[in-house]
Ligand binder design. Structure first.
Ligand SMILES: [Cu+2]
Length: 152
């Protein structure tokens, strides 16, 4: 005996759940402007340059600083530029220090794009453990726009 069991019971249960309401108030916090006060410690300037097509670099692209120094990145030419650090390159505790020292991040250890001429971005190395911090510029990483910061 053969039984042909035909159970094509397709149940489309369209459950309309309208219970997720997100408050718009939480988005207002992101618009807080960065403080313009000068940093307390030493400031070292790094220029971000480029010709808009084939060349882009940090100048200098290697520097040695002391813990507590602020590195000021300046958009000189060929922007937009930014500075981001490789999380797996920094010494232990370095990522936590950078998270505090990098205002308005776009992502993990990733500074915002600088689009205006002479726009500046300060990265504070306050509390940063000694070691080597390797960074790059997101728009120009393919052009080799890297930086190595050694904290002593
Ligand atoms: Cu760049």
């Amino acid at each position: 005996m053969r039984f042909t069991l035909l159970t094509t019971l397709v149940a489309f249960t369209a459950v309309a759940c309208g219970g997720e309401k997100k408050s718009a108030a939480s988005q207002a916090e992101a618009a807080t402007p960065a403080p313009t006060a000068e940093p307390a410690g030493a400031v070292v300037e790094v220029k971000m340059t480029g010709n808009g097509t084939s060349q882009a670099s940090f100048e200098p692209n290697k520097l040695t600083i002391k813990t507590g120094t602020t590195v000021r990145f300046i958009n000189v030419s060929g922007g937009p530029h930014n500075v981001a650090f490789y999380g797996d390159s920094v010494p232990k505790g370095g990522a936590d220090a950078l998270k505090k020292g990098m205002p308005n991040p776009m992502g993990d250890l990733t500074g915002p794009f600088l689009t205006q001429p002479n726009e500046k971005y300060d990265v504070s190395f306050a509390g940063a453990p000694a070691g080597v911090y390797k960074g790059y510029c997101m728009p120009h990483v393919a052009l080799g726009m890297h930086i190595t910061i050694t904290v002593q």
